[in-house]
Design a protein around this ligand. Structure first.
Ligand code: ATP
Ligand code: MG
Length: 401
């Protein structure tokens, strides 16, 4: 179902006494921040998530606590809400098909299905105008044997259900590749050539039902052990020509998919002087997320419109305006590792620094590598933002960057 113009929630509240309710599939932190943005604009919210306690379920007006494919759960969600979005890409596409037949659903089941499958995703990303990493699809023993030598060393990635570096194995040679595919139980995979990265960045765009597309400037992202650790968002964080190229590519992808909603596209910046740089150019497109992204959390504090407000606006058919970043910013992810022996990290010391914004997601158990919250530093200059972020990292025991 395509998206008719919906009334802003506030109008629904004062006008008819019936608030408009927006739905979200998934109860994680991204759902929580969507719910909070929707509520700030006067909407009621409903979250569908199987967990009794979830970050988004805790703060939503309604929580439908069923599996994603539970027909009764989906019916309850539909009964409550005027439109539905999703907060993670592994929502079964079948659930989005059901929802999309009854209500405006953004992003669409088709777009999410592409992002769920690295093999399909690569074919679409390749149309962006920026190359993808050289790769081979491995679904059979014959394909494994036929892999070209120049793809090694490489990274074997499962086609489906990978995140935060899970479902990925680095392989130096054919012997390791064979072992790696075995360790991934022979599921469909993509072998990607290991590229010499200078850095990584991402671009977040929001595209409306009418095709209007707005964007943030590229964020510079540092990953540690496959998990995003630091995002740096300020002018001059990467070469301007590459930044412009990344924005154009992200918008091309959104247009090509006829995408509605918030979309994040991740890129690699290649080391100058490397053979791969000579072959592919400076920028390679890695993957996309059909939703707001961890690397865009700084927009809550450093921009006049956040990525979550853009998600609300796209879903509700409200106008999209180009967001403006008003502060230089650095974001640090707060992983469960910081809760050493379950002790609370020294928030008082961190919050004594200027321009520090603490976001915690209401998760009750701090496991290693689990995203518990994030911290955004805003400042007048990039140097100040970096300096304060490094001081915060030092207090928390996060390695410098
Ligand atoms: P996400 O949490 O972003 O969904 P993911 O598990 O889907 O992550 P990728 O983004 O494919 O995984 O890879 C995780 C990280 O591994 C990348 O951010 C990058 O640092 C590194 N990486 C992945 N592919 C390559 C490559 N071809 N060459 C070099 N490094 C790579
Ligand atoms: Mg990634």
């Amino acid at each position: 179902m395509s998206g008719p113009m919906l009334l802003p929630g506030a109008t629904g509240l004062t006008g008819s006494g019936q608030p408009t309710t927006l739905g979200v599939m998934g109860g994680g932190q991204l759902g929580r921040m969507f719910v909070q943005a929707a509520q700030a604009m006067g909407y009621f919210t409903v979250v569908l998530d199987p967990d009794v306690i979830s970050p988004a379920g805790l703060v939503s007006h309604y929580h439908v606590q069923t599996d994603y494919l539970d027909q009764q759960g989906l019916a309850q969600l539909l009964q409550r809400c005027a439109a539905v979005t999703t907060e993670f890409e592994n929502v079964p596409a079948g659930a989005l098909v059901t929802l999309g037949a009854a209500r405006p659903t953004a992003p669409s089941a088709d777009a999410v299905a592409i992002a769920q499958d690295r093999i399909k995703e690569k074919a679409h990303l390749a149309k962006s105008g920026v190359p993808v990493a050289p790769y081979a699809v491995i679904e059979t023993a014959e394909q494994l044997a036929a892999v070209a030598d120049d793809l090694l060393p490489g990274i074997l990635k499962t086609a489906r259900l990978g995140y935060d570096g899970k479902g990925q194995v680095r392989c130096r040679n054919r012997a390791e590749l064979a072992v790696a595919w075995g360790s991934l139980k022979g599921v469909p995979c993509v072998l990607e050539k290991m590229l010499p990265l200078a850095s990584e960045c991402s671009v977040i765009v929001a595209r409306g039902w009418d095709g209007t597309c707005v964007n943030y400037r590229p964020q510079l992202n540092l990953h540690r052990e496959g998990i995003l650790a630091v995002t740096e968002a300020y002018e001059g964080n990467m070469p301007l020509a590459l930044a412009d190229q990344a924005v154009v590519a992200a918008k091309n992808i959104a247009d090509e998919l006829n995408y509605v909603g918030v979309l994040c596209v991740e890129f690699f910046v290649l080391q100058e002087g490397s053979p791969e740089h000579a072959q592919l150019g400076g920028l390679v497109v890695n993957e996309m997320a059909p939703r707001p992204h961890n690397s865009g959390h700084y927009t809550l504090d450093a921009c006049d419109v956040s990525q979550f407000e853009l998600q609300v606006r796209t879903l509700a058919g409200l106008p999209l305006t180009q967001p403006r970043q008003h502060s230089a910013s650095v974001m640090l992810n707060l992983l469960g590792d910081l809760w050493v022996n379950e002790a609370t990290p020294p928030w008082d010391k961190v919050l004594a620094l200027p321009g520090v914004h603490l976001h915690l997601y209401g998760k009750l158990k701090a496991n290693k590598g689990r995203k518990m919250g994030h911290l955004t530093v805003t400042a007048a200059t990039a140097m100040d933002a970096r300096r304060t972020a490094l001081a915060a990292a030092d207090i928390l025991g996060i390695a410098p960057f």
